[in-house]
Design a binder for this molecule. Sequence first.
Ligand code: EPZ
Length: 417
Amino acid sequence: MQKLRIYGPTRLQGTIPVSGAKNAALPVLAACLLADAEVELHNVPSVQDIRTMLRLLEHLGVENERLGDAVILRPTGRANPDEAPYELVKTMRASVLVLGPLLARRGHARVSLPGGCAIGVRPIDLHLTALEALGAKVTIEHGYVEARADRLQGCRHRFLKPTVGGTENLLMAASMARGTTVLENCAREPEIVDLARMLTAMGAVIEGAGEETIVIEGQDRLGGATHAIIPDRIQDGTYLIGAALTRGDVTVDGARSADLAPLLAKLDEIGAQVEVGDDHIRVRNDGVLKPRSIVTEPFPGFPTDLQAQYMTLMTQAEGVSTVSETVFENRFQHVPELVRMGADIRIDGTYARIHGPAALTGTSVMATDLRASACLVLAGLVARGETTVHRIYHLDRGYEQMESKLQMLGGRVERID
Ligand code: EPZ
């Protein structure tokens, strides 16, 4: 089991490149199941979840090959099983994103129910109700979802609440349904816009991605494409929070400020200096951090995936702030670990109240999920002494070589077996 050892306190200073967004690459890879020709993807991040998705695509009959920074995907046409087995799905719930494309292209899909994860139950009822609206026959038994449809039929469907994965599954399914589909109350994340851009390059006809209502004209076939994945706003946001936290000065080359507007506004409010260029974002802080509260919301609100990292930042603010988590029901598992490092945080339901500044000290801590791991690494950078973060396989699911990026910024971080 690998660990990260971090020595603090330290200032993060310097420039790092962006990585491709894991949460854009995953649906874009699933969309390759719709293509009847080769797809060339660029900026695909080299993280565990992507390797899992590539293995799943192999299993489903889509070969892949890495050529430099590109990944080439080729449909084999082999009569592979239309099934995503539990062994693969249990390690990555985003495997559920193959449901829509398999159903649309092959008329059948059998996908293991993803099961919950550390941050919540994470059902897929909103995906299934929408697929049934398109005419799919859906059954759930023995822990698997089975869906069948000779040809999906376009319709108007309103999601009960915004769901990123549900919107992505339906974008892919409707792209090869018969007729027009109107999806209402869609999620608006930048990763959805990136998926729509890729589907359009394959021949799909989509209007309104990134807005609440998306209109899709179904096609009989979708071809190959070349597509570059957008930068990872959550990874970028994590390092920019690190700059404010450690009273450093960090520039992220290639970062897209429009994707990070809520975070950048908050960093400005708390007193950090935010500089936005055409293709970079710079955050500096040499003063006192003011306490400012956040409520996590679907895009364009403050992203739940930056909630834990922002909480670490607020442990150093001069005063009381609150963090309200409204997207997931159990996303405060990083709090007990931060308290063990000396943070003063009290949880009241979906609210956490943070009293700062707290002098954090290094110790051994346990990562529980992807973003909690990142928040503990950040805490280690500002804590006095040595912090060891255990179970960093959580971190490796979504952060590309975090220790080398932090070393580039002057962080004293090492990976140990
Ligand atoms: C995506 O998860 C991201 N994952 C998550 O990032 C992110 O936290 C989340 O969107 C919210 O932004 C990927 O893109 C691979 P949802 P997803 O469907 O699609 C409930 C990370 O750290 N819900 O928008 O699963 C659900 O339980 C990960 O990279 C239903 O009730 O999120 C949650 O409470 C963590 N029924 C809320 O909606 C459904 O059918 C939002 O979920 C679907 C979702």
